[in-house]
Design a protein around this ligand. Structure first.
Ligand SMILES: NC(=O)c1ccc[n+]([C@@H]2O[C@H](COP(=O)([O-])OP(=O)(O)OC[C@H]3O[C@@H](n4cnc5c(N)ncnc54)[C@H](OP(=O)(O)O)[C@@H]3O)[C@@H](O)[C@H]2O)c1
Length: 284
């Protein structure tokens, strides 16, 4: 991929106020792209826009709550009004709610997670499609390892990310004559604000201090994840599985029971232990 492969391309990046979305916006700006950046936190978006402009790109700030269909429609319309076209939609907005399914006091947080991670993508894609079809454009969805392999303690997250697969696999085939490509990205751990923002059963975020506990020096950076994503986007690859994603996806087909047992040992039991410890700490 050339250093300015996305020059003058008009791109919408959701989830651009932090993490992978922000890193994507900055790398696109460095290549000379015109980026419409969307998320809820206006101040953060203004900072990202200033960085984009300093890197040589054009930036349009569009505060957007992706759970609101009207705001997603406005995001697409404002982008096209400002830049005249749309070449690429990147859906990176996302969050996770973690608990055992029957620990959630009601289903509001479950629905909210699905609304952000899945319906937001559906809304943005629906309104972007006519413009993307005009330019043989590209759609990119930032899914997760949890979108290929089910992770216990994360049922709303996995449900929403598996739903993305069903939706975009279907769409990819519908779009086969249009020239519009669909690229799915399945990151493993990436050091962002994702784990700090992760909600417990009562919608309380984990917080920056505990969120950082997950990361080591070897954890993938948002910048690296964005770089891999843009290369795959440019090549119109179907999907990119990061970390143990490829192996896990094969195991799911070849040895599903073994995979379940592994995930319970490596993921579920420690998650429950950590949650119990945190609860005990809060009470003491
Ligand atoms: N970090 C990881 O380890 C990891 C691993 C696998 C997959 N992923 C996926 O990567 C994507 C990006 O996450 P990240 O790691 O970059 O986390 P992050 O730093 O927490 O970024 C999440 C972004 O989503 C936005 N967002 C959340 N709710 C929103 C809403 N209702 N409307 C609009 N925007 C909303 C946030 O912006 P505002 O709060 O300003 O709205 C923020 O910009 C997510 O889809 C996540 O599932 C992350």
């Amino acid at each position: 991929m050339k250093a300015d492969a996305f020059r003058d391309q008009v791109v919408i990046v959701t989830g651009a106020s932090s993490g992978i979305g922000k890193a994507l916006a900055l790398q696109l700006a460095r290549q000379g792209a015109k980026v419409a950046i969307a998320a809820r936190r206006l101040e953060r978006l203004e900072e990202v826009a200033a960085e984009c402009r300093a890197l040589g790109g054009e930036a349009l700030v569009v505060p957007t709550d992706v759970t609101d269909e009207t705001q997603c429609k406005a995001l697409v319309e404002k982008t096209v009004a400002a830049f005249g076209r749309l070449d690429l939609l990147i859906y990176s907005a996302g969050l996770a709610a973690t608990a055992l399914f029957d620990e959630f006091p009601d289903l509001k947080l479950f629905q909210y997670t699905v609304n952000v991670n899945f319906y937001g993508a559906v809304f943005c894609t629906y309104y972007a499609m006519p413009y993307l079809k005009q330019n043989k454009g590209r759609i990119v969805a930032i899914s997760s390892l949890g979108g290929k392999v089910a992770l216990p303690y994360n049922s709303p997250y996995c449900a929403s990310k598996f739903a993305l697969d069903g939706f975009y696999y279907s769409l990819r085939m519908e779009l086969y004559q249009s020239g519009v490509s669909v690229t799915m990205i399945y990151p493993y751990w990436v050091a962002t604000e994702f784990h700090a923002a992760q909600l417990n059963k009562d919608s309380v975020p984990r917080g920056a201090a505990r969120g950082q506990d997950y990361y080591t020096a070897k954890t993938m950076t948002a910048e690296r994840c964005a770089k891999i994503t843009l290369q795959a986007t440019y090549k119109r690859r179907r999907e990119v599985l990061m970390g143990p994603g490829g192996l896990a996806a094969w195991l799911r087909v070849l040895a599903p029971r073994l995979l379940d047992r592994l995930v319970i040992k490596v993921f579920l039991e420690p998650a429950i232990r950590r949650a119990r410890e945190a609860q005990a700490k809060e009470k003491s």
